[in-house]
Design a protein around this ligand. Structure first.
Ligand code: SF4
Length: 542
């Protein structure tokens, strides 16, 4: 058995690898609040969006402190760690890697400093022109050079700290557009100015939360692929990936950060500027699987959408059966809707161990072979002798559903009818969701009839794309559906596809595209797991 090496693995359930989101982001500006704890609980609420690493950066107005580590939020932070993060601005992040390897250097928030200004940044999404952006750094000054990570996020961080006059091909800073009812825009900071200049050049998906010593910023790409919302505390402001995170920290929902909008929050209030023409293409898969059911996106509750998809599914693919069961948890609302519309009783047939996921422990072969049963176990009394409809949110590779059908038959099911609350996933995502390659997607290779035979079900039905879109109540023209229909809102060059486009150059080798030395950071403590090889907490006085 391989000993623990401090790296996260999902080999525990190799056949059960659901779609992975790119990350959760959270930011808070709130004098008189314990912002580190607010960020901690915000990240706790967003843990489903990324489980590889977590981090929080806090500014007290003069200095930014960062604490980040591989692992879940609850593994990374304890009371002593949080108590050292003092200030009134915080940026938090939980990561699943979609560009760059899952290593500490790529954990977020990223941190860089010019000596005069420091920046901490968290990113949800995936850029598709990272190489192009990295080349802009040539000549962009000491704070921006010497990329030491391999993520698109570190390239953005470096560009936001660069003197905009030195970034290749960027013109004068336009005046900010203060929105009606907002405080008038003061002179923009260096970071705000650079961000406003760089963001129109960034292609792909980005919901960003970042800060310098004085100001919290939030920005969303012109397509608004990933969600990002603004909330109000009694004495401050919050930005978060999902409304559920606002609820958990007691913030009131104010509005979504608009596609193409950059928001700045400090003692002078909230300022907004539009840096690009909005072309809304919100991710349809957020409604299927990614977002929490208690989150609202574009005014539509995710749970209500999923229940409606289940009703639609029952109308499109009815089944003659005795019991409707969900694949917990994300299949539950659609199963409720299916049962309501079909009149077939709803019940629990599978028990989920919510605590199985990525682990630092390399599993033994025996444990690996237990596969799906580590996560799902059937309720034999509920299943034996019955014709079962089992409702799942999506099928990616088909391995999980094949194991599930086998497990239900072994538990005595008379028939197993699989119903899926999304259309076949036929195309990969380049905007921040790590499904699989097209070759790995079972629906990219096989027809629904062939998939039914492959997983061994008595019948298989996918909700139609039109049915799913109708359930969201959002016009199709404002949604990205590319993983279902192959119509990508932004074309992606072959060279820019893939998670490890910067890894190929080697960690640190992007410095070869830039000039100068890496910015200084100060190691304050080290991780007990890997004390010899990495700084854990970073700070820099301006
Ligand atoms: S391709 Fe699919 S998962 Fe990716 S943004 Fe579009 S709808 Fe969402």
């Amino acid at each position: 058995m391989t000993p623990p090496d401090g790296r996260l693995t999902d080999a525990l359930l190799p056949e059960d690898r659901p779609p992975k989101d790119a990350c959760g982001v959270f930011g808070v500006w709130a004098p008189n609040e314990d912002v580190a704890k607010l960020a901690y609980y915000g990240l706790y609420a967003l843990q489903h969006r990324g489980q590889e690493s977590a981090g929080i950066a806090v500014s007290d107005g003069n200095r930014i402190m960062v604490h980040k580590e591989m692992g879940l939020v609850a593994q990374v932070f304890d009371e002593p760690a949080l108590s050292t993060l003092r200030g009134h601005i915080a940026v938090g992040h939980c990561r699943y890697s979609t560009t760059g390897a899952s290593v500490w250097a790529n954990a977020q928030p990223t941190f860089r400093s010019t000596g005069k200004t420091s920046l901490a940044l968290g990113h949800n999404g995936n850029l598709i022109n990272t190489r192009e952006l990295a080349v802009l750094l040539d000549g962009a000054g000491p704070g921006s050079s010497g990329i030491t990570a391999t993520s698109d996020t570190d390239v953005l961080t470096a560009l936001f700290l660069a003197d905009r006059a030195e970034i290749s091909g960027i013109g004068a800073d336009p005046e900010p557009d203060a929105e009606p009812g907002r405080l008038p825009g003061p002179e923009a900071s260096q970071v705000e100015s650079a961000a406003a200049a760089v963001l129109p050049l960034a292609k792909g998906a980005y919901s960003l939360v970042f800060m310098d010593e004085q100001t919290l910023y939030a920005a969303r790409d012109p397509h608004g692929f990933r969600p990002l919302v603004l909330g109000r505390l009694d004495s401050g402001w919050v930005v978060a990936s999902e409304t559920a995170a606002l609820d958990i920290v007691g913030a009131r929902f104010v509005r979504e950060i608009a596609p193409g909008e950059l928001v700045s929050i400090d003692g002078r209030g909230v300022r907004s500027r539009t840096f690009a023409t909005p072309k809304p293409s919100g991710c349809l898969f957020e409604y299927v699987y990614l977002a929490r059911p208690d989150t609202t996106i574009s005014g539509r509750g995710v749970h209500a959408t999923r229940v409606e998809v289940g009703r639609q599914l029952a109308a499109e693919y009815p089944a003659d059966a005795d019991l409707v069961i969900p694949v917990p948890e994300s299949g539950t609302p659609a199963a409720i809707g299916f049962a309501e519309a079909s009149g077939i009783p709803f019940g629990q047939g599978l028990v989920k161990n919510s605590y199985v996921g990525r682990t630092f422990i390399q599993p033994s072969q025996t444990i690996r072979e237990r596969g799906i049963k580590l996560k799902l176990n059937p309720l034999r009394d509920a299943i034996a002798g019955r014709r079962i409809v089992v409702v799942d949110d999506s099928i990616v590779r088909g391995n999980t559903q094949r194991a599930l059908v086998t497990m239900l038959r072994e538990a005595g099911a008379a028939q197993v009818h699989v119903r899926v609350a999304s259309p076949p996933v036929r195309w990969p995502c380049f905007y921040g969701i790590d499904f699989a390659t097209r070759a790995e997607l079972i629906a990219g290779r096989l027809s629904p009839e062939e998939i039914c035979a492959s997983i061994g079900a008595d019948s298989l039905g996918y909700v139609s794309l039109a049915g799913l879109i109708k359930a969201t109540t959002i016009p199709a023209s404002r949604l990205c559906r590319a993983c279902f229909d192959g119509q990508y809102p932004i074309p992606v060059a072959e060279d820019d596809r893939g998670k490890h486009i910067l890894d190929g150059l080697g960690v640190g080798s992007l410095a070869g595209l830039t000039r100068g030395q890496p910015s200084a950071t100060t190691a304050v403590t080290s991780s007990p797991l890997t004390a010899a090889r990495r700084p854990r907490r970073l700070s820099r006085r301006p």
